[in-house]
Design a protein around this ligand. Sequence first.
Ligand code: ATP
Length: 285
Amino acid sequence: MTKIYEKAPAKINLVLDVLRKREDGYHEVEMVMTMVDLADRLTLEELQRDQIVLASQAGFIPLDEKNLAFQAAKLLKQRYGVKKGVYIYLDKQIPVAAGLAGGSSDAAAALRGLNRLWDLNLGVPELEALGAELGSDVPFCVRGGTALATGRGERLESLESPPQCWVVLAKPPINVSTADVYGRFRASEVGVHPSVPDMLAALREGSFDRMCGALGNVLEKVTLAHYPEVRQIKEVMTRLGADGVLMSGSGPTVFGLVSKESKLARIYNGLRGFCKEVYVVRMLT
Ligand code: ATP
């Protein structure tokens, strides 16, 4: 019995800018995204019967057609006429509805893993195109690394890895719906947009300080207005000495970039005082 293992890392947005709402209902975005080493783990096993079976230790995610990993398997089966089935075990480590693209990364890992399990021989560009049918963040999760994402998030340009640093993730005990945040977002109310060219220059130069200065997310204003705990976490992280602090995606997870290991214990312990879910991770290079 063949078994395949795939890691599905979380992503953070170093920049998230929304330019406008399009006629097709999607938002035109400009995002700089990178992966961190907090990951779900997928185990994929061939089933002789023609069925997709999904299981997980996490009790709070759908295990049916609503799950993005399930949808990835179904899409591949339909598109390539695969008659075999698959058992997918999803070891969920990424917090759900957190702004870390856990579901999108699971879908991407399922595409990568099933490509191998079912010998489909698809290249990364084909997997990215399939990913775009499942969700706007899935193509980036297929490609990994660090990238500029434009369009609705599906047009990708790979970038240099960010300068190495520590990433502290803090997720308050609330789930935020991405659709709700985008629903409340008004492009006309943004004011100052983050500078993507500045972030690209920071990455080219490998400048940690410039990267911290160029962090920006236009969805912060929307989420912070409804969830004061997110604002509080930002303030505490900054006070505790993180070098750059930003909400990821539509939130509520806040990340802090930290260059010196000696600062980590203070930041971690200070946050744990009122937020149970705190992770210290590295960026994946
Ligand atoms: P993004 O940053 O892309 O907006 P997110 O991190 O905010 O994503 P997810 O963790 O991907 O959010 O989950 C959002 C919703 O998607 C959940 O409430 C859940 O019902 C559904 N979902 C579908 N598939 C999965 C999956 N594999 N893992 C987690 N949630 C999933």
